[in-house]
Design a protein around this ligand. Structure first.
Ligand SMILES: Cc1ncc(COP(=O)(O)O)c(C=O)c1O
Length: 399
């Protein structure tokens, strides 16, 4: 018998999402009765606001929603997304330049597919969200990491980008607020980076999924608002997941120039067709309805953010830049490595995260999931009591 042909070499090189893996391990331990406190999840702990759920329930009674609809999204939702893009990203865009996707994640995937050619180099500021390098490789591009540490508040500079640029560089990934660091670029920093990309004809894929979750008066100015001429070489990625506590509904979108959006829509027409109509109707309600509940959730995140930053800073060996966006804190914990804690000496944050889970029953995501070792990501999208209790466990473990 001849040996079976191999499975895909390309996909064999793709790693499982590290954040989902840690989250799954924490949930399994919780299900087994262990009192694990998890800071691993990248999702709000709130219920989706009820007026959004009601809109979905109503949509279930409308037979048109039982059918295929345009692959690029319901026209009425694309109009609402155009209005939101103008409101929050300062970009006036025709709905024909929008594709509604199954979450921001599919928009990220399709954005790279639409603009990357084999051998292209994609500048990826690190620490980065774990999906980007894989999505770049799936588009036959090469991710080129540009690292910014805690000393520069995890924000790359034009000088660093310029040092990493060569004649194969075609795309820059720009994410503000950032997952995993919570960093928000100032309008001046954003403009400088946008002007640099414009000057070199580089595409920008800007992920704005956390744009409404900003604190202390910070504003995540869109790179196309900072540099309007950049609109013809920028793809904006966004979605309802984080702002409206709608991670499970799977609605995101991409906005961009006509040619690139056309390619993405063609791809989606073969890949997944239209996003679930009920979820699209829910997203429509979220974007066009009252924003009061979204604002209440933001205020709750802000309160927890201040609590976790203050408490983490009390752990010796931990440096905590103040995150101004998203719902993550990204401490530099290099001071905890190479020291013995209860008989073990972690030298990487992978080992440190294991130690923390074993000894303190606290789940955190190691920096290796987002770039270099030496950092931990903690999501503060969990209830105030658990939030405090988990950090107190860390304070005791590392006292
Ligand atoms: C930076 C960033 N972009 C996009 C997404 C995708 O979100 P979703 O696919 O749930 O809309 C996430 C989710 O964690 C994220 O953190």
């Amino acid at each position: 018998m001849t040996e079976r042909a191999p499975v895909s070499r390309k996909l064999s090189a793709i790693a499982e999402s590290a954040t989902l893996k840690v989250d799954a391990k924490a949930k399994a331990l919780q299900a087994a009765g262990r009192p694990v406190i998890s800071y691993a999840a990248g999702e709000p702990d709130f219920a989706t606001p009820s007026f959004i759920v009601d809109a979905a329930a109503e949509a279930l009674r409308v037979p048109a929603n039982f059918r295929y609809t345009p692959a690029a999204g319901l026209p009425v939702l694309r109009e609402a997304i155009a209005a939101k893009t103008l409101r929050d990203s300062g970009l006036e865009v025709d709905p024909s330049r929008i594709v509604v996707t199954n979450g921001g994640k599919q928009a990220v995937y399709q954005a790279f597919q639409a603009v990357v050619n084999p051998g292209d180099e994609v500048l990826l500021p690190a620490p980065y969200w774990t999906t980007y390098p894989e999505a770049i490789r799936l588009a036959d591009g090469t991710p080129v990491e540009v690292f910014a540490g805690a000393d520069q508040e995890y924000k790359v500079t034009v000088a660093q980008l310029e040092a990493a640029r060569n004649d194969r560089t075609t795309v820059l990934v720009f994410v503000s607020p950032s997952n995993p660091t919570g960093a928000v670029y100032t309008p001046e920093e954003t403009r400088a980076i946008g002007e640099w990309a414009l000057a070199h004809g580089i595409w920008v894929i800007t992920d704005e999924i956390y744009q409404n979750l900003v604190y202390e008066g910070a504003r995540a100015v869109s790179i196309v608002e900072a540099v309007p001429e950049l609109a013809e070489q920028t793809i904006l990625v966004n979605g309802v997941a984080k702002t409206y506590a709608m991670t499970g509904w799977r609605v995101g979108w991409m906005v961009g120039p006509k040619d690139a959006i056309k390619l993405a829509a063609n791809l989606q027409s073969h890949l997944s067709s239209n996003v679930n109509n009920i979820a699209q109707r829910a997203a429509l309600a979220a974007l066009s309805g009252p924003q009061t509940e979204a604002e209440q959730m933001r205020l709750a995140f802000d309160r927890r953010r201040r609590l976790i930053v203050g408490e983490l800073a009390k752990v010796p060996g931990v440096t905590v830049p103040n995150p101004l966006g998203a719902f993550y804190v990204y401490p530099d914990v290099q001071g905890l490595l190479g020291r013995e804690w209860e008989g073990t000496t972690p030298t990487t944050t992978l080992e440190l995260a294991d130690l923390i889970l074993d000894r303190a029953e606290v789940a955190v995501v190691p920096g290796e999931a987002f770039g270099p070792s030496g950092y931990l990501r903690l999501s503060y999208a969990l209830g105030d009591d658990a939030l405090l209790e988990g950090i107190q466990r860390l304070q005791r473990l590392f006292a």
